[in-house]
Ligand binder design. Structure first.
Ligand SMILES: NC(=O)c1ccc[n+]([C@@H]2O[C@H](COP(=O)([O-])OP(=O)(O)OC[C@H]3O[C@@H](n4cnc5c(N)ncnc54)[C@H](O)[C@@H]3O)[C@@H](O)[C@H]2O)c1
Length: 356
């Protein structure tokens, strides 16, 4: 994700008309050697093995955090204290309590924050929200979403920060994406009941090791949701979904129509607008009519990719840093996502509905 961020900062000025042009000033990694190699490969002027030195650097205006989840809170808090704009990867933190602490510190300091829920930057997702808010598909009655990938589908996929009991698991890692999508499209979640399952009881302790250690987090979670607007629905977060690569998909039903999407075909949105005698979804293909697609390509059908979503995110971050309104998702929104996830985890332990 560090490379994805760096490449987005490198590309953004050539694609968007921005008030500021970013410079890759300094890269931090865990060791000098990693930091040097990263800086050389990605075009940073300087490097350090001490992230605090990066924050203290007077030339740094924006701190982009792509370190493991446990480091998001301390790095963010230090960057907020230094008055920097903070661009943090999801999940915002490892607990909702620390996500709230980060949010309140950022709001008290008046710094700009953004969180890497990049899938929301897709012009097709924005079109979906426009269709929903225009009333075209009526009142929203249902949201069914999943984020399913196969990167942990093998029992020999090793432990990493993603399986750390302090803030790891499929629900936190990728369930945060589909939860942010549910909130973006269907609004606040008010009540949840969830089932968290560990599919593989042990995994190798690290890449290339044969020694195995117990898995204490979920590989797969299913949750039922109730929304503030009266809609009901479900999400699945599954990193052991054999055959699935990036199935962040959802279907929304309304009283007059429906929408459907999958990130595996991220340049298409499917709309059914309830025309009598014309059952079946219509496929809308991404093109310059759907901003900011036209920043990348003047013709439809040429298609955006995952990394382009990060470029859009960075363009919006830089505009906010330069003083335009922050479109978010900011720390407060990411805290709300984390709060929803923690409610699902609590519900899975108690077996009961949990109100947010
Ligand atoms: N938005 C998305 O779609 C998306 C996708 C993948 C990952 N992520 C998020 O990005 C973050 C990183 O994930 P990843 O897959 O790139 O992990 P990774 O393990 O590949 O990279 C983590 C990096 O952090 C470095 N690091 C570790 N300790 C450090 C320290 N003390 N100081 C500085 N650097 C340190 C590591 O050396 C490594 O370079 C996670 O929070 C993850 O959830 C987001």
């Amino acid at each position: 994700m560090g490379r994805c961020h760096a490449n987005a900062f490198r590309a953004v000025a050539g694609l968007f008309d921005l008030p500021l042009e970013p410079k890759l000033t300094i890269l931090a990694d865990a060791t000098d050697d990693l930091a040097r190699r990263g800086a050389d490969a990605l075009g940073f002027a300087r490097f350090t093995a001490d992230w605090q030195a990066l924050i203290d650097d007077p030339e740094v205006g924006i701190v982009a955090i792509t370190a493991p989840n446990l480091l998001h809170a301390p790095i963010s808090m230090a960057a907020i204290a230094a008055g920097k704009t903070v661009y943090c990867e999801k999940p915002l933190s490892t607990t909702a309590a620390s996500a709230l602490e980060m949010t309140e510190a950022a709001e008290a300091a008046g710094v700009i924050t953004m969180v890497g829920f990049n899938f929301l930057r897709n012009p097709m997702i924005r079109l979906a929200r426009e269709i929903i808010t225009s009333g075209e598909i009526g009142d929203i009655t249902g949201f069914r979403g999943r984020h399913a990938e196969n990167y942990m589908a093998s029992p020999d996929a090793p432990h990493s920060f993603r399986t750390d009991p302090a803030g790891g698991g499929a629900l936190t890692d990728i369930g945060s994406h589909i939860t942010s999508m549910a909130r973006y499209l269907a609004g606040p979640i008010t009540e949840v009941i969830a089932d968290c399952q560990t599919i593989f009881p042990t995994r190798p302790v690290a890449p290339g090791h044969t020694r195995r250690a117990p898995v204490q987090v979920d590989d797969m979670t299913h949750a039922l949701l109730r929304f503030e607007n009266g809609a009901a629905g479900s999400i699945e977060a599954n990193w052991a979904a054999t055959a699935r690569t990036l199935d962040l998909s959802w279907e929304i039903t309304g009283t007059r129509g429906a929408l459907a999407f999958s990130q595996e075909r991220m340049n298409e949105l499917h709309l059914w607008s309830g025309t009598r005698g014309r059952n079946g979804y219509t496929r809308i293909e991404a093109g310059p009519d759907h901003p900011p697609y036209g920043a990348f390509c003047p013709a439809p059908g040429h298609h955006l990719g995952f990394n382009d979503l990060k470029v859009i995110e960075v363009a919006e971050l830089i505009a906010a840093h330069a003083g335009t309104e922050n479109p978010g998702p900011d720390f407060r929104e990411a805290y709300e996502v984390q709060r929803s996830i923690e409610a699902m985890q609590r519900s899975a332990r108690s077996g009961a509905w949990v109100k947010l």
